[in-house]
Design a protein around this ligand. Structure first.
Ligand code: CP
Ligand code: NVA
Length: 310
């Protein structure tokens, strides 16, 4: 499979392609603000298959496809019955005869991989247990808007669980030469194979990868702190145990005081206010960029479609 025909995980894309995508996203954002959107996808359709809940991703892919003149089609996982009513192979082959691209939110990364393998249309990962590349691209766009295109040497400190969002932000940082620091309780670090996947890119780009089990130490030198829920979708059964480990990992005013004074904050959202981040930080719009990032989901994903749909 040619992985560059899809967006299955961000580490499959080159740094140049990521920067090009961010440039396209910024252009598409200004076109919308000027009221002159491109109609590149007239007559095209994307399918959207979501096994997990969503506000931002499901809205922005639909609105984005509409803004570019195409049409999204919502596919109902219950009705389709993947691997129950029908095999992934047959679903992928049929969908490829009708639609021009497929956006998938799922539990196991292997599902997006199989849909890409068996079908003949681009597949975009809209979050799996392992990755959230669209979020990372929207974050990249937000960083470029804040700091300019050369992000080398900027330090992103992710405070939370070493899973999907952290993995994709790590890949983004490795490709663009940013330093990526994970601050998490012991046992919630990123998987060794995920880190190893990114190490050659860190080496090439000059970025650095670090892990701390003490958030107070981690925030020194941060340009931006990144927050995510402690309990990811599908992990609801682990709530009590996980929450007790993560309590010291809240982004609050005290923690921010230990970061450099120019340090910003963002969150992929949804946020559990009072858990991983306080109301006071969420509502401090001088430093909190999460709503800019949420706005950029729309444009970054249109840019992904721009790159992949022909
Ligand atoms: N950040 C994000 O992906 O939001 P949703 O889960 O609401 O789509
Ligand atoms: N880690 C979170 C991200 C939500 C956008 C989850 O998987 O639920």
């Amino acid at each position: 499979m040619d992985r560059s025909k899809h967006l299955l995980r961000l580490c499959d894309w080159s740094g140049n392609r990521i920067i090009d995508t961010i440039r396209i996203a910024i252009r598409l954002k200004s076109e919308i603000r000027e009221g002159k959107p491109s109609c590149r996808f007239a007559g095209k359709t994307i399918g959207m298959f979501f096994e997990k809940p969503s506000l931002r991703t499901i809205t922005t892919f639909q609105v984005g496809m509409h803004q570019l003149g195409g049409m999204p089609v919502l596919l109902d996982p219950k009705s389709i019955g993947i691997n129950q009513r029908e095999s992934v192979k047959d679903i992928a082959r049929c969908l490829s005869r009708w639609i021009d691209g497929l956006v998938v939110r799922c539990f196991e990364q292997s599902l997006v991989e199989q849909l890409a393998e068996y079908g003949s249309i681009p597949v975009i990962n809209a979050l799996s247990d392992e990755y959230h590349p669209c979020q990372a691209l929207a974050f990249g766009q937000t960083m470029v808007e804040q700091f300019g295109e050369d992000l080398r040497g900027k330090t992103v400190v992710f405070i939370g669980d070493g899973n999907n969002v952290a993995n994709s932000l790590m890949a983004l940082s490795a490709k663009l030469g940013m330093n990526f620091t994970l601050a998490c309780p012991k046992g919630y670090e990123q998987k060794k194979e995920e880190i190893e996947l990114c190490l050659p890119d860190f080496k090439k780009s000059g970025g650095e990868y670090r892990v701390f089990n003490d958030p107070k130490e981690a925030v020194a030198g941060a340009d931006i702190l990144y927050s995510d829920v402690w309990i990811s979708m599908g992990q609801e059964g682990q709530k009590n145990e996980k929450q007790s480990h993560f309590v010291p990992f809240q982004i609050n005013d005290e923690l921010l005081k230990l970061a450099p004074s120019h340090c910003k904050v963002t969150h992929c959202l949804p946020a559990n206010r009072g858990e991983e981040i306080t109301d006071s930080v969420m509502d401090n719009l001088q430093i909190n960029l999460c709503y800019e990032e949420a706005e950029n989901r729309l444009h970054a994903q249109k840019a992904v479609l721009w790159q992949l749909l022909h």
